[in-house]
Design a protein. Structure first.
Length: 469
């Protein structure tokens, strides 16, 4: 397919020529290329001098971030801060790989001031800006800061395939290399790509001070009381996700059919990235938006909508700023020959959609309906007499069974093989997320069941927002 794109340098020259023609300006009055393009050129250029690494790498755990930035200023190093929700098994492998770093990763870490945070309780929104910069359904997340507290970029991610399909140690090291190369550019301060440093004077702006905390806590008062009374109790990342969207729930400005699709993936625009190489395109999905824009495998995505990228996660953050529905995305790419190109990608309709089944903040949301029984375990398809691609759920009741489905006659020995005739093969969190996306409180539900003897029957009931309301 021919590439109908404009080389970035030529595009800027054309823009300058148009201005000169319009206003009669001299060549010396030509506007400079945008500063982010200069930074991209520098990242693609020769290596820069990096100070000697720290003699001994150490993690500063749950410290006042001011101390980390003081050290970063003293040594002129960027800060690498990780957020790890310890009770969650998800992403524990990646946290372990970083904490028990290989010699190669250790050598990278020694160039940063490294901070490890293991609770969201004290996260300061003035610094971390987690509503914008963090996918709060992930139990591991990384931030890169300059010594003044400006966010360079982020790293992390999960999808429906699991917690190993968006992040790799090699990919993290690729992002680190890119951050270091940018940080030590002589022109970095002149480029001024990341705005004002945060003002961190006064008390931290924690999730407890967020506008959504009060009503979220009212929705789940038992959980909120436990968090507030026990300072060792983890405030989970996904709970912060629920808190930050609570104001839109309260104002009836949250549309679950569109607004749950946060942090779209590169695949949503039609590219699959080489996770180890970071921003290099491994494959372009046929007939996708990227394919129609003539993007090719082997291209490197250096910037998106005028924002320099350090990792695939940064691309996802830019995508997250775009609306659901028709919109445009401008990518600055570099082909295998090193030629920079500005490419306009036309995104259409439901481009943000993907499988939400892994997202805990959707499965446990205070919007949509609960199926009315505690947990959907994997059933025995052979015993239930259903195919491998059909629903088979064994309801888990727990020690104190409750719920509308149980009140309607669901038994622990039953297996659920359809919901309102829908037999899609879902279980666990994926089933709960689908149910909330599909049904609303007050909807009439019919469960098709198979008992221990192979007998089928239906039960009917109305669902609530929670298990028994």
């Amino acid at each position: 397919m021919p590439r109908f794109v404009f080389p970035a340098a030529a595009l800027m020259l054309a823009a300058a020529a148009a201005l000169i023609g319009s206003f009669g300006s001299s060549a010396q009055d030509q506007p400079e290329r945008p500063k982010y393009m200069m930074a991209v050129d520098a990242l693609a250029g020769p290596a820069v001098e990096v100070p000697d690494p720290r003699k001994k790498h150490e993690w500063l755990e749950n410290i006042d971030m001011d101390d980390a930035f003081k050290l970063a200023k003293k040594e002129n190093r960027p800060v690498f801060a990780t957020i790890r929700c310890l009770p969650c098994q998800q992403c524990s492998w990646f946290d372990n790989a970083i904490m028990k770093a290989t010699p190669e990763l250790e050598a990278k870490l020694q160039n940063f001031v490294c901070v490890r945070i293991t609770t969201m309780r004290d996260m300061d929104a003035r610094l971390f800006q987690f509503e914008k910069y963090q996918d709060l359904d992930c139990s591991w997340w990384g931030y890169f800061f300059d010594p003044e507290g400006r966010i360079y970029g982020v790293y992390g991610g999960i999808d429906i395939s699991g917690d190993k399909s968006c992040i790799t140690v090699a990919g993290l090291m690729s992002a680190m290399d890119r951050v270091l190369k940018y940080h030590y550019q002589p022109q970095r301060e002149a480029w001024d790509l990341f705005g004002e440093a945060p003002n961190l004077k006064g008390r931290a702006d924690t999730p407890f001070k967020h506008d959504g905390w009060k009503n979220w806590a009212r929705e789940d008062s038992q959980r909120a009381d436990k968090i507030l009374k026990d300072k060792s109790e983890c405030l989970h990342c996904h709970e912060v996700a629920e808190v930050v969207r609570q104001p839109r729930f309260d104002k009836k400005k949250f549309e679950k059919k569109t607004d749950f699709y946060v942090w779209p993936y590169p695949q949503n625009i039609g590219v699959e990235l080489d996770l180890d190489k970071g921003l290099t395109i491994k494959n372009v999905i046929k007939d996708s938006a990227a394919d129609k824009a003539s993007i090719e495998a082997g291209d490197v995505i250096d910037a998106a909508n005028g924002q320099i990228l350090f990792s695939p996660t940064d691309l996802r953050r830019v995508l997250n700023e775009l609306p659901y529905g028709d919109c445009k995305l401008e990518l600055l790419t570099r082909d295998k020959a090193g030629e920079a190109m500005l490419v306009n990608v036309e995104l259409k309709g439901d481009w943000r959609q993907y499988d939400l089944g892994w997202r805990k903040s959707v499965a446990e949301a205070n919007i949509g309906a609960h199926p009315g029984f505690p947990w959907p375990l994997k059933g025995d398809r052979g015993k239930a007499g259903v195919k491998g691609d059909e629903m088979c759920i064994k309801p888990f009741f727990g020690k104190a069974p409750k719920g509308h489905a149980i009140d309607a006659g669901l038994k622990a020995s039953d297996q659920i093989i359809a919901v309102n005739g829908d037999t899609r093969a879902l279980e666990g969190r994926a089933f709960l997320a689908w149910f909330r996306m599909t049904y609303d409180p007050g909807d009439q539900i019919t469960l098709t069941l198979v008992d221990d003897n192979g007998n089928k029957r239906d039960i009917k009931y109305k669902v609530g927002q929670h298990i028994d309301d």
